[in-house]
Design a binder for this molecule. Structure first.
Ligand code: PGA
Length: 264
């Protein structure tokens, strides 16, 4: 049984004070009867994992606001070098020291707004796997790529380039893949349950072809793109979707709580 991951990507939202308020509210809910305790039990027993990805400057206050170990923290990006003259960048050892368990690598905004290439993302993925932080590696096609029928080609080339030098153990135990079709991110257009499942199934098959059955069975694959409480349950019911990466709806603590409940 793969552990479900419910991950909130706050993007460039929620400064330190808002991050503290959000984490405190979520902790209070975990201690409350309104579905919170059931969710906390599911996390404690290892069935679900809850992750929040604040912007860098809010990581410390999100970490400090935790009163339990129910919430894991992720960074949204990292540089592949461990240190040096890279103004404006943040290294993986710094991210680890600040209390993060995960880092998001290759989010579509990093690829398309900031021009991160497959080669650069392969370096980041390898550096992450050599650090004490685990990667949530994002892939996904644009609308043009989907309508021209090249979704599989795009996913395949993004993944082949990223994981070419990895081993089965690493893929099965350390890597989380997030399938996020670019046309569904922040647009209100969710992929249909079956489109999302087909893409996640395709990713698992690619993992099977390269790494074998054990690794592909344990690889966790998330869906992301306009996830809301109204569609989260149906997406999570798909056999190859092991969790959700949530942008907009993760900024509202009640919506985020409802999404967690839909994973129970
Ligand atoms: P969205 O963002 O839920 O706002 O579409 C998802 C993401 O970018 O991870």
């Amino acid at each position: 049984m793969r552990r479900k991951m419910i991950a909130g990507n706050w993007k460039m939202n929620n400064g330190p004070a808002a991050a503290e308020d959000f984490v405190s509210a979520l902790e209070e809910w975990f201690a409350s009867d309104r579905g919170g305790k059931r969710s906390a039990d599911a996390v404690s027993s290892g069935r679900i994992e809850i992750v929040l990805a604040p912007p860098f400057t809010s990581i410390a206050s999100a970490v400090a606001a935790r009163r339990t170990n129910l919430i894991d923290i992720a960074a949204q990006n990292a540089h592949h070098k461990r240190g040096g003259a890279f103004t404006g960048e943040v290294s993986l050892p710094m991210i680890e020291e600040s209390g993060c368990k995960y880092v998001i690598i290759g989010h579509s905004e990093r690829r398309h707004v900031f021009g991160e290439t497959d080669d650069a993302l392969e370096k980041k993925l390898i550096a992450t796997l050599e650090s004490g932080v685990l990667p949530i590696f994002c892939v996904g096609e644009t609308l043009d790529e989907r309508t021209s029928g090249s979704m599989e080609k795009v996913l395949s080339s993004q993944l082949t380039s990223a994981w070419s030098s990895l081993t089965s153990d690493v893929i099965g135990e350390m890597v989380v893949i997030a399938y996020e079709p670019v046309w569904a991110i922040g647009t209100g257009k969710t992929a249909s349950d079956s489109d999302a499942e087909d893409a996640c199934d395709f990713i698992r098959t690619l993992a099977y072809d390269k790494f074998g059955i054990a690794a592909s069975d344990s690889l966790r694959i998330l869906y992301g793109g306009s996830v809301k409480p109204e569609n989260s349950g149906a997406l999570l019911a798909q056999s190859d979707i092991d969790g959700l990466l949530i942008g907009g709806a993760s900024l509202d603590v009640e919506q985020f709580e409802k999404i967690i409940e839909s994973a129970l």
